[in-house]
Write a protein that binds this ligand. Sequence first.
Ligand code: MN
Length: 227
Amino acid sequence: MRNLVIPEPQRRFLPVLGGGEFPVRRIYCIGRNYADHAIEMGHDPNKEPPFFFQKNPENADPSGEFPYPPKTSDVHHELELVVALQGGGRNIAVERALDLVFGYAIGLDMTRRDLQSEMKKMGRPWEIGKAFERSAPIGPIHPAAQVGHPEKGRIRLTVNGAVRQDGDLNQMIWKVPEMISYLSEYFDIAAGDLIMSGTPAGVGAVVRGDVMVGAIEGLGEITVKVV
Ligand code: MN
């Protein structure tokens, strides 16, 4: 029996469709994985390949509410396919990467864009723009055993009913097996890891009271209210 000197920090769990819970270990996020989003952010996808950053595991939030965060006046939505791993390792071959996937969910990589832009300008890390409290609203996980491994299909976000983001999963520059393989060259990936796979064009600001509805073909939709 371990003698903890402080209360044990609480792990985050995401509901799984059909029953059970998925414990979150790490959250990897991929940046500029859709060419049209890279271009809208002022980058050339042919010259700058996608890359990774991380959020904190406890930033994952299945509650359906997104509290407007402090120290910002420009919080953006980024609708993303979330990949949930059931296994891991290092130097995973692309051909066997999908064996490690438990399932998929719809998620939002909420971003304090004003703070992220300042950090970019100064060449500083992105955490204060990306890894803040409840910055990763994520819906229930759909087991791959039921939904397969989506390679194409509409990914679409509305805010108060108006379409903001509307793309297709087939526009991803790095496909899911490639991102798993790439990550495993740099990190020991493991069961419980989530990968947020990047966002299509159309990112934009939300304010308190807005209702975001994110949909991905085959995975239904999630509703997240900004409070
Ligand atoms: Mn993102």
